[in-house]
Design a protein around this ligand. Structure first.
Ligand SMILES: Cc1cc2nc3c(=O)[nH]c(=O)nc-3n(C[C@H](O)[C@H](O)[C@H](O)COP(=O)(O)OP(=O)(O)OC[C@H]3O[C@@H](n4cnc5c(N)ncnc54)[C@H](O)[C@@H]3O)c2cc1C
Length: 569
């Protein structure tokens, strides 16, 4: 066994190499590199992690830090899952096919406890935004910019309603000083208070509880009076769950993450997350092996003892297996009869996300310019329709209809904050919006037929409001439909971006199945992490950390030593 001092010296050396590596990245276009090997054939470890998305890697990192021998097996040729940065347009520019604004990672305990900043995962500074976070462009020509200074944003809101401007600033403070309901997400189910218990012990708990049970469409109307402002707030609330779902009321504060932290752009691209975690794991001699699709769980005498990969390799696990594969894969991976009927019966009703994503990635020579009160400036923006039209588009999504026009989209240029993504100059633009995966007229495969026409419409729409999005400026383009999103990652079943809907029937103690929400699966030695487990999708590493918490507890390890945020709470 290596002594801890020399291991630490080696880790410090690797951290320094990380810094040097990010400099080299400016000129190198060979990324993504986040995998140590793909040729290993079998082996024995303490824990095998099936799936190398960021949650699998985070879980592995905690276990490695706690002294366990760990190996991560990833089905694809690169790790990262939905957190990669790739040369989507076939040029030197890096684009994010999936997650591009990992806002939840910023304050995540996993980010701080694993010291990811030292492993090369760093956020662009707000000062790189040049004063403006986003410009919201209404289809009737009206605008509402969000400025880095919240008071300046409130002044913009005051052009529509003085009362709404006051509400904007008041709610920003109130929601922050309310009960710390984030604790619920940062704690495995059964290891801490429920949402209602957290709220019960706080003077403002009643308000928070109401918001958490309401629909966002109602909370927005309750708090804001002006039609433009309501549409603007609703637009920022759109994301994981449809805004007319029960339990989305907190979306009324959805814009404050942007207001406080901007785009949460990661320098070098979101792919720096799996890259940094892979380096961290390497410092503990924990391999991340790619092209290793886990197809079978080995169960002996009622205990999970390893996995078999599609190429026939056997990886033995002395202590356990952690799966971050899509929850419905468990049934096919586990030996027949090893999972209780009540578990598999309920998993069969698992619902994908209603809102899938659609994006257009563009290489451009010059950044698009937005007209902000007569001043043409580069930045990021959203096109938005009225409150009612947004709800109609949502209803269309539920019916599998691609709304023909007036679907708002985001136009994001993160290379303005992080030029390293474009080593040969120019800018990487992404236009993205939500559409359904399954189309009423033609099913999901219809996307292959229509996706380029849809792209044309969105680009035409943006051309009405921004300068510089003409054919001369666009040098390359890649369009990704909900069907393509499913094709990228076996976990994106039905075009899901978050491992499956996070509605009331699949949230908290219900994720993935009531009775099995604490990451321990029905077979001994088998654990679940990833977006299909608590607290669900998005990039924050919480599902990885929560699973590690439960495993360390089962191992009798001191939780506070590895989950240091708990020690200081
Ligand atoms: C288009 C899109 C945009 C998004 N934008 C954002 C955003 O801006 N901000 C944000 O916070 N979140 C965003 N998300 C959501 C977020 O990216 C995901 O919720 C998150 O990355 C899930 O992480 P994970 O580690 O749980 O799973 P994944 O990233 O899905 O990783 C799972 C990994 O496991 C592998 N795997 C699966 N089965 C097996 C198996 N049997 N054997 C071996 N390997 C296996 C897969 O290949 C994959 O690499 C977006 C998602 C998408 C699709």
């Amino acid at each position: 066994m290596t002594d801890e001092k020399s291991a630490k010296t080696r880790r410090d050396f690797l951290k320094l190499a990380t810094v040097a590596g990010s400099v080299a990245l400016v000129t190198a276009i060979t990324r993504p590199l986040y995998a140590q090997a793909s040729a290993a054939t079998g082996g024995t470890f303490d824990y095998i992690i099936a799936g190398g998305g960021h949650n699998g890697l985070v879980c592995a990192a905690y276990l490695a830090k706690a002294g366990f021998e760990v190996a991560v097996l990833e089905a694809k040729d690169i790790a990262g899952g939905n957190t990669t940065s790739e040369h989507m347009t076939g040029t030197s520019m890096l684009h994010e096919p999936c997650c591009n604004t990992p806002g939840g990672l910023y304050n995540s305990p996993a980010y701080h406890e694993l010291e990811l900043s030292e492993w090369g995962v760093n956020f662009a500074d707000l000062s790189t935004l040049n004063g403006m976070v986003r410009l919201s462009q209404f289809f009737d020509g009206e605008i509402l910019p969000m400025w880095v200074d919240p008071k300046q944003t409130a002044e913009e809101i005051a052009r529509f309603s003085r009362r709404d401007a006051q509400t904007y600033l008041r709610l920003m403070d109130e929601l922050q000083s309310g009960p710390d309901t984030g604790r619920y997400r940062e704690t495995p189910i059964g290891y801490g208070p429920s949402l209602s218990e957290i709220c019960a012990e706080h003077p403002k708990g009643a308000t928070r509880m109401r918001l958490m049970r309401q629909r966002c469409v109602d909370s927005v109307k309750d708090y804001y009076e002006n039609d433009y402002v309501r549409a603007w707030v609703l637009d920022y609330a759109k994301g994981r769950q449809p805004v007319d779902d029960v339990g989305t009321g907190m979306g009324v504060g959805g814009m404050y993450g942007r207001q406080r932290r901007g785009n949460t752009t990661i320098i070098g691209g979101t792919g720096a997350i799996p890259e940094g975690l892979t380096r961290l794991l390497a410092s503990y001699d924990a391999p991340v092996l790619t092209k290793k699709y886990v197809v079978e769980l080995l169960v002996e005498r009622g205990r999970t003892t390893g996995v078999v990969t599609a190429d026939g390799d056997v990886y033995r696990a002395r202590r356990g297996v952690v799966s971050s594969a899509h929850v419905q894969q468990l049934e096919t991976m586990a030996p027949a009869g090893s999972l209780p009927d009540t578990f598999t019966d309920n998993l069969r009703y698992w619902k994908p996300d209603i809102l899938s994503m659609y994006s257009i990635m563009l290489d451009v020579k010059e950044p698009p310019l937005f007209n902000v009160h007569g001043d043409w400036r580069p930045g990021c923006g959203n096109t938005i329709n009225t409150f009612e039209s947004q709800l109609r588009t949502l209803a269309d999504c539920r019916l599998g209809v691609v709304t023909p026009e007036g679907v708002g989209s985001k136009l994001i240029v993160q290379s303005l904050e992080d030029p390293t993504r474009c080593p040969d100059g120019g800018h990487a633009v992404r236009i993205l919006t939500h559409y359904p995966y399954e189309l009423a007229d033609g099913g999901a495969v219809k996307w292959d037929e229509i996706k380029h026409d849809v792209a044309k419409k969105h680009i035409e729409e943006w051309r009405q409001y921004v300068k510089n999005l003409d054919d001369d400026n666009i040098t390359a383009m890649y369009v990704q439909s909900p069907l393509d999103i499913e094709g990228r990652n076996i976990n994106n079943v039905g075009g899901s971006c978050h491992g499956g809907s996070n509605d009331w029937a699949q949230y908290g103690e219900m994720r993935p199945v009531f009775g099995w929400a604490s990451h321990r699966m029905p077979i001994k030695g088998l654990y679940l992490t990833g977006a299909g487990s608590h607290p669900g999708g998005s990039v924050n590493g919480l599902a990885g950390r929560n699973a590690a918490w439960v495993i360390l507890d089962d191992e009798g390890k001191s939780i506070h030593r590895y989950l240091t945020r708990l020690a200081s709470a």
